[in-house]
Design a protein around this ligand. Structure first.
Ligand code: OFO
Length: 169
């Protein structure tokens, strides 16, 4: 059985992952609105990934006989000035999520919950990958500046992203 403190920390992270999912859903709407369907597709996959992350924590908490409490999610931002502005917000958000996962591992260590520490390693690795992916897209967008043709090439590239359900743990 998981400790109450640990269960509360897991519940908070479930909420934060669902916030990430909603933030990216808001970005889907933004990219659809400005006609960048490939960027919108990339964000649609991101929505699915974040929901899968939340469900991974949800199922893990249940497997440890912890009580899952679904919390309210704050309203995400919905306006950005450009694709770069939006992706810089993604990169910043992913860095925040990395710090949240680190905090969650700190709680697991304080609680001497080695099983949870081990489980959460997957999330740490995932954050390294996510930060690298958005940093790369930000770098490309900075490089192309105002070149609309190049922007459409990146849009075509991002249109090919597909969701692969992660195997968490
Ligand atoms: Fe859940 O990984 Fe990004 O936020």
């Amino acid at each position: 059985m998981i400790s109450e403190k640990m269960a509360a920390a897991f519940n908070k992270q479930i909420k934060d992952e669902m916030y990430s999912s909603n933030l990216y859903l808001s970005m889907v709407a933004y990219f659809e609105e400005i006609g960048l369907k490939g960027f919108a597709n990339w964000m649609r996959v991101q929505v699915q990934e974040e929901t899968a992350h939340a469900m991974g924590l949800f199922d893990y908490l249940l497997s440890r006989d912890g009580r899952v409490i679904v919390d309210a999610i704050d309203k995400p931002a919905y306006e950005w000035s450009s694709a770069l502005d939006c992706f810089e917000a993604v990169y910043k958000h992913e860095q925040l999520v990395t710090s949240l996962i680190n905090n969650l591992i700190d709680v697991a260590e304080q609680e001497k919950d080695r099983a949870a520490v081990s489980f959460l390693q997957w999330y740490l690795k995932e954050q390294v990958e996510e930060e690298a992916n958005c940093s790369e897209i930000c770098a490309k967008l900075r490089l192309i500046g105002d070149d609309k043709h190049a922007l459409l090439l990146i849009d075509s590239e991002l249109a090919t992203r597909t969701f692969v359900a992660p195997t968490i743990a």
